[in-house]
Write a protein that binds this ligand. Structure first.
Ligand code: AMP
Length: 240
């Protein structure tokens, strides 16, 4: 199976991610990626979205953009984000409902990254869009703590960097030329609170989706390319 990564997206064999519009596993796929902060969801969601030709929808990125622009969603979310708490369900569901109603999603589907994060959000998502596959990206807590402490993020496009993959030019993003910074909620206190919140509010979704036979658990350790291959295999197995 060929390597999947963002930079070779156009040329590589798409394998499980090929298909006629609307066909499960190809364009038209409706996928959710669950996982702790630092599990690699963002990177993997971006790769899968590129390959399948569907939009990646990251609620964290949407909120950060909204905070920067001072929009309604941003004003409602900022204090919760800084404290490492979840933004209230009704706010997130309102924002996601608006996004999922847009044309690109209606035509192609989505890869959701960072939503749902509570059972109430998962119930709302079933009413709006009914995901066909939910991947739980599994990484031990000690590993994500290390990754998050060294993580740097582009404040424009959200690309992530770390000690093993720094940007080529110091603090300039390789992807878009934006500034690469430490996220305000990647402080030690906010990280440990976000992981607690994950266990309390989001981890129960694994059993919740398992009960409706939509869950695939995927090992998120190892290099990003290795993880992408495992994801590709899981999608192929479940959706074909
Ligand atoms: P992330 O980049 O996905 O870690 O999200 C950053 C922050 O945005 C989180 O710590 C929450 O404060 C907020 N957030 C993102 N997605 C959600 C969601 N689905 N529900 C509630 N809060 C969210």
């Amino acid at each position: 199976m060929p390597e999947l990564n963002g930079s070779d997206a156009s040329g590589a064999d798409q394998s499980a991610l090929d298909g006629a519009p609307g066909q499960a596993g190809g364009p038209g796929m409706r996928l959710v990626i669950l996982g702790k902060q630092g599990a690699g969801k963002g990177t993997q969601a971006e790769r899968l979205a590129q390959f399948a030709g569907v939009p990646r929808i990251s609620t964290g990125d949407m909120f950060r953009t909204a905070v920067r622009s001072g929009s309604r969603w941003g004003r409602q979310a900022a204090a919760f984000m800084d404290a490492g708490e979840l933004v209230p369900d009704d706010v997130v569901v309102g924002m996601v409902t608006e996004r999922l109603a847009q044309d690109d999603v209606q035509k192609r589907g989505f890869v959701l990254d960072g939503f749902p994060r509570s059972v109430a959000q998962a119930e709302a998502l079933d009413r709006i869009a009914d995901p066909e596959l939910v991947i739980s990206l599994e990484v031990p807590t000690e590993m994500v703590l290390n990754r998050l402490a060294g993580r740097r993020t582009c404040e424009v496009c959200g690309a992530n960097y770390g000690p093993d993959n720094p940007p080529g030019d110091d603090s300039i993003c390789d992807v878009c030329g934006g500034k690469v910074v430490q996220r305000e909620d990647d402080t030690e206190a906010a990280i440990s609170r976000r992981l607690e919140v994950y266990e309390e509010r989001t981890a129960p979704l694994v059993a919740w989706y398992l009960a409706s036979d939509r869950l695939a658990a995927v090992d998120g350790t190892g290099t990003p390319d290795l993880v992408t291959k495992r994801l590709q295999r899981a999608i192929e197995t479940r959706l074909r």
